[in-house]
Write a protein that binds this ligand. Structure first.
Ligand SMILES: C[S@@+](CC[C@H](N)C(=O)[O-])C[C@H]1O[C@@H](n2cnc3c(N)ncnc32)[C@H](O)[C@@H]1O
Length: 326
């Protein structure tokens, strides 16, 4: 049983309103970090003027975006709007990436509806100046559709480039030891086996990632109240492969601040945006928690636990609606 539970905040507007007074963000706020130079901006990623304010004269070398796509009812008009909307933030991203840069996008594919929005999104990307580079699949542990279909356990991650970006293949080894032998080759007259020839004892990540644990409530990095957290390990892998120390990594959909924390851990600067002040606040609190306690999340608690404990109205609301005890 969780000590300080918090429900999915995106589904409870009333609860979010009760938390707003505890947020340091409102529409237009740009928080600038004095320690590592990160920036957290509360606003719309498709608003060019706002994104211009966030970047000022800077540019990033890596973008990692995880837009919301669950809201689409998958009617044709909704899909068209989603793609139009996506094109806007993709074009803004292009503007704020340096000449040789990388772009990664997480996106879902509805198998009951022609793999939308992924299929239309990929089509839309072909009309931009980005070049496609890889299509990565991350394997989830939990899935759905076990009886009547292949269990759906994949998360799709698209990799695009602008120019000829840095790519560090060495950073990309997994923790999985090489177990399969074979593939003999003669080198300078000596027959060697592939494990002898290889640079690492472990296998390379490749474009199918099977070694990353999906975030769930027992993990330290879990942020209660967030519903769409990506695993830190996945974001760290992207950052290590596609950026160097001190470079700027941007993320237009911060939510729980995963990219921010990964950037902090790996000595990169993160410029991130969320339209929702509550998620901007959560991102900032997660950074503060990491700096103060070395913890990457709130396993067994939540970002607003102290306020909920003090604020009777909040406490009663959680008790009445969810039967949560504080
Ligand atoms: C799928 S979540 C991102 C999850 C994130 N990768 C993580 O690990 O926590 C999408 C986020 O985008 C935010 N969002 C939605 N529309 C936006 C917009 N137009 N501009 C900026 N943020 C937006 C939502 O508030 C939500 O927090």
């Amino acid at each position: 049983m969780l000590k300080h539970p918090l429900p999915r905040l995106d589904k409870d507007a009333e609860l979010k309103n009760l938390l707003l007074p505890y947020c340091r963000f409102s529409e237009g706020t740009i928080w600038v970090d004095k320690i590592s130079g990160h920036r957290i901006a509360c606003g719309n990623s498709t608003d060019e003027n706002f994104v211009q304010k966030l970047f000022d004269k800077e540019k990033a070398t890596l973008a990692i975006h995880d837009p919301p796509y669950n809201f689409i009812a998958f009617q044709k008009s909704d899909l068209e709007n989603f793609i139009k909307w996506s094109k806007k933030w993709i074009e803004i991203t292009y503007q704020y990436l340096k000449n040789n840069s990388s772009l990664y996008i997480w996106l879902g594919a509805d198998q009951k509806n022609h793999f939308q929005p992924l299929s239309s999104f990929i089509e839309m990307m072909s009309s931009t100046r980005f070049k496609s580079r890889s299509f990565i699949t991350m394997r989830n542990q939990r899935g759905f559709g076990t009886q009547k279909n292949w269990m759906s356990i994949r998360q799709e991650l698209l990799y695009y480039i602008k120019g000829k970006p840095y790519f560090n293949v060495q950073a990309e080894y997994t923790d999985i030891p090489k177990v399969l032998r074979g593939y003999y080759k003669s080198i300078n007259g000596k027959v060697t086996e592939n494990i002898e020839r290889s640079k690492s004892e472990n296998i390379r990540a490749g474009n199918v990632w099977i070694d990353i644990q999906q975030v769930f409530y027992r993990m330290e990095e879990n942020v209660n109240g967030c519903y769409a957290q990506k695993p830190l390990k996945a974001i760290e892998r992207i950052i290590l492969a596609s950026s160097k120390r001190n470079e700027i990594v941007c993320d237009f959909f911060s939510h729980s601040g995963t990219t921010l924390i990964a950037a902090e851990k790996l000595n990169r600067k993160c410029f991130t945006i969320d339209i929702d002040p509550v998620f901007c606040e959560i991102s900032l609190r997660r950074l503060e928690k990491f700096r103060n306690e070395g913890k990457t999340g709130w396993q067994n608690s939540n970002p607003f636990a102290d306020e909920i404990n003090r604020d009777k109205k909040l406490k009663n609301y959680l008790k009445k609606k969810y039967n949560f005890e504080y």
